[in-house]
Design a binder for this molecule. Structure first.
Ligand code: BG6
Length: 514
């Protein structure tokens, strides 16, 4: 920061999300968590809150109010939080930190339509403002199915909780799924928008909280090396893969009506596409960054005919390593005739000068060969090859691969001479790995996002426009699939249904085997 800057231009470094020199500590505040007994809260949100406290990034009086139907006392709620923290926290358990956090844990019993319970909640928040110094600053975190958003929103409005007292703030943090298609997302946006201003709404896409996803921007825009070939002149196609080795166990209620494409392509994978395909933003201000992502999403559309350019699958029983795992139809809570896809692959195009003619292949699946998320830019072959066919038979296409997880890093694949008297050329890898280059461990995505919401840093949260545009891209494909009966089967532990390979073969391409 320049010393000459006038005080009006001065930017508080504690509030600058891209300045890592100083820790950013949330100001006086608290959070009300709806859906506290859910899977996500237990596995991710509660541990992330503890990790933030442990890193000294939460204010001294931070208060977490759980809201739910259990008849818990504050003490019982604290036991539940402790169990989650013990099981999943990233950082070490520190008694003193836990004791301080525990002092700020409260539980309110009620359902989402209960006037009296919301009145009690309002009284409690008021009391906490006085006793713990939360200063009227509250984030309401909805980790609940979207059909309950309207009830919670109207209760927050009825009890006046959406309105901040002078000088304080109220925010809403919303977990996906944000609707199940464009229409439902637009309706939800209306409901939420009638209670909170758009600037106070933080929609979570936890992929944006991952360090490696933010690194896409660093890689592209802090370097001179990559940008010149980051376009249709050089890139043959882009593959974005999110493969999971886990099944849907325990989440039947949610997953059965959603399927793989709505679960992760509409949000995580399309956000990755937007970051890879966007132009350089004027700055990393939320407005500017989102403007570039929105331009890309507006220019993106699915490539037809969908029976040739997409693929769907459902896993059957198989082996994950040495463990025998059940197929989707045998998972608890699933109808054996279920048409829910657990694998989805599709072809998109981005109508811009930079990307015209470059297919973007997106694929995701549960119970695949391994857990890996990566973005691969696969390059065209050189216009002329001075080496003979025999010499280059082990040479593929050059590639830049951003490994989002695990083994976070960036890999470049290119051809190199095989040592020896001949002139054979084959693929080699140049590999940057986060764990080798940096000693610091990356925080969990939810640590970053919860902290950003408390700090009013919205760059890493998609807007309603982004959510709606993403549904518009996906809707025609999902509607087509709905007319096609059951998806193809694939055995657990493999890389998806044969249709996914056929889809690529039709275009003379093949999936990378990560
Ligand atoms: C969630 C999906 O958004 O992302 C899950 O609902 C999926 O189905 C999860 O398992 C994967 O997240 P991560 O961070 O483990 O890649």
């Amino acid at each position: 920061m320049s010393d000459e800057k006038s005080s009006s231009e001065w930017v508080n470094p504690l509030r600058d999300p891209y300045d890592k020199r100083l820790p950013r500590i949330a100001g006086p505040s608290g959070m009300v968590l709806f859906g506290v007994t859910g899977d996500l809260a237990r596995k991710k949100l509660l541990p992330a809150i503890y990790d933030l406290a442990n890193r000294g990034l939460l204010p001294a009086g931070f208060t977490l109010v759980g809201y739910g139907r259990r008849g818990w006392s504050d003490e019982e709620f604290a036991d539940y939080v402790f169990a989650a923290v013990k099981e999943r926290a990233r950082t070490r358990l520190n008694e003193a930190v836990w004791r301080r956090l525990k002092e700020g844990l409260r539980f309110v019993k009620g359902d989402f339509t209960d006037d009296e319970a919301f009145d009690r909640l309002a009284d409690l928040l008021h009391e906490m403002d006085e006793r713990r110094g939360t200063s009227g600053n509250w984030a309401f975190y909805l980790s609940i199915p979207p059909q309950h958003f309207a009830a919670v929103c109207s209760q927050l409005a009825r009890s006046g909780l959406n309105k901040a007292p002078e000088g304080s703030w109220r925010r809403m943090v919303i977990e996906k799924p944000f609707g199940h298609d464009y229409e439902s997302a637009a309706r939800l946006n209306e409901v939420v928008g009638s209670v909170f201003d758009e600037e106070s709404v933080f929609r979570i896409d936890h992929y944006l909280g991952k360090e490696t996803v933010q690194n896409i921007m660093a890689l592209r825009f802090a370097n001179q090396l990559f940008e010149p070939f980051w376009n249709a002149n050089f890139v043959d196609h882009v593959q974005i893969t999110m493969a999971e080795d886990i099944g849907v166990g325990g989440r039947a209620g949610y997953y059965a009506t959603i399927g793989a494409a709505r679960d992760v392509i509409q949000n995580h994978l399309l956000q990755l596409l937007a970051l890879v395909a966007m132009e350089e933003p004027v700055s990393f201000d939320p407005e500017q960054l989102r403007a570039e992502k929105i331009k890309v999403l507006r220019a993106t559309s699915p490539v037809a005919p969908f029976d040739e350019t997409t693929a769907r699958g459902q896993y059957t029983s198989g082996w994950q390593g040495s463990t025998k795992v059940p197929g989707l139809a045998e998972e608890e809570g699933f109808d054996p005739e279920s048409t829910t896809e657990t694998f989805a692959a599709l072809t998109l195009e981005v109508a811009s000068r930079r990307w015209a003619g470059v297919p973007f292949y997106l694929r995701t699946g549960k119970r695949l060969g391994s857990r890996v998320t990566e973005i691969a830019l696969v390059f065209k072959r050189p216009p002329h090859q001075p080496f003979g066919d025999e010499q280059t038979k082990w040479l593929g296409q050059n590639a830049v691969v951003i490994r989002v997880q695990p083994n976070e890093g960036v890999l470049m694949r290119f051809g190199s001479k095989v040592p020896g008297p001949g002139m054979d050329v084959r693929d080699v890898n140049m590999d940057f790995s986060y764990t080798e280059a940096f000693t610091e461990e990356s925080p969990e995505a939810y640590e970053r996002l919860i902290l950003d919401a408390l700090l009013d840093q919205s760059s890493l949260f998609p807007t309603n426009d982004e959510v709606e545009l993403s549904w518009r891209i996906l809707d025609p494909i999902v509607e087509f699939w709905a007319t096609q009966g059951r998806p193809e089967e694939y055995q657990a532990g493999t890389w998806g249904p044969p249709g996914a390979d056929r889809m690529m073969a039709r275009q003379n391409r093949q999936w990378r085997r990560p």
